[in-house]
Design a protein around this ligand. Structure first.
Ligand SMILES: [Zn+2]
Length: 280
């Protein structure tokens, strides 16, 4: 019995021992694998865990990078908005100008023009064709009178004795561009803007059909020996020419206002701007 019992006892003991040992060895193997494995074995399992790790570590990274991207995007938008604002700002600042130093002006005296003048007023739909000089070489009073009449204020019909140097400039311009009829956009203006040279009858806005305004401006500028204001209105398609007060420097500007003077948006009206603008 004892032998059998021992065998009976031995057998389950030995089986359970084997099982336990096996279990232990498996467990230790697993432990070794888990601790050393990832470093040594690049299997799919570890690959996955590493991917998962990568994901788990990269997730916040991804979030931050997304955030960064978002912030970049938004900053880009902000930049764009800024640019647009600046662009709008630039658009709002329709007029820009500068003084011109004497060194950049004409240094040689001007030739006397032919005196021939053929001017059409766009507003009054009237034209005048005169010889500016009389036979003795002085200004012809009748010619000046008819030109002053042509230059009258379109709104009030007021007339002024326009600075005759403007008429001489007009004749030089006409001589330069083949005697083509000059269109007068604006001459004397009896207006609120007393700072305007138009109000002082020493300014004119002109154009010549078929002659680019920039070409017209360039020629007008070449005539300036000092004290002239010349403005380019590319959108309204005319050039402003004026004579300034003695000692005042020459001035140049570009005004991108639309024809008709209606300003865009909520900005001040062109008329309001003109009221404060000393250049027009
Ligand atoms: Zn003008």
């Amino acid at each position: 019995m004892t032998g059998a019992r021992q065998r009976e006892q031995d057998q389950p003991i030995s089986y359970s021992m084997i099982f336990r040992r096996l279990k232990f060895s498996l467990a230790s193997l697993a432990a070794v694998c888990l601790t050393v494995g990832p470093g040594l074995v690049g299997g799919e399992l570890f690959g996955e865990t590493s991917v998962a790790e990568a994901r788990s570590t990269s997730k916040p990274k991804a979030k931050t990078s997304k955030k960064k991207a978002k912030s970049k995007k938004s900053s880009g938008k902000a930049k764009k908005r800024g640019k647009a604002k600046r662009r709008r700002g630039r658009r709002r600042a329709k007029s820009s100008g500068h003084n011109v130093g004497q060194s950049k002006l004409r240094s040689t005296p001007l030739d006397r023009p032919s005196g021939e003048l053929w001017v059409y007023s766009d507003n009054l739909k009237e034209e005048v064709k005169v010889q500016l000089y009389s036979e003795d070489g002085e200004f012809d009073d009748a010619a000046l009178a008819s030109l002053d009449h042509e230059f009258r204020c379109k709104r009030t019909k007021e007339e002024r004795a326009v600075d005759p140097r403007l008429y001489e400039m007009l004749s030089r311009i006409q001589d330069e561009f083949g005697g083509k009829r000059i269109h007068l956009v604006s001459g004397f203006r009896f207006q609120r803007n007393e700072g305007s040279r138009h109000y002082h009858a020493s300014a004119m806005d002109i154009r010549i059909p078929g002659v680019p305004v920039r070409k017209l401006r360039a020629f007008a500028e070449s005539l300036d020996g000092g004290g002239m204001g010349i403005g380019l209105y590319p959108r309204s398609n005319f050039v402003h020419v004026d004579f300034r007060a003695p000692g005042e420097p020459s001035y140049r500007w570009i005004d991108h206002s639309r024809p008709g003077g209606k300003s865009r948006g909520k900005g001040r009206s062109r008329r309001a701007k003109r009221r404060n603008s000393p250049n027009t």
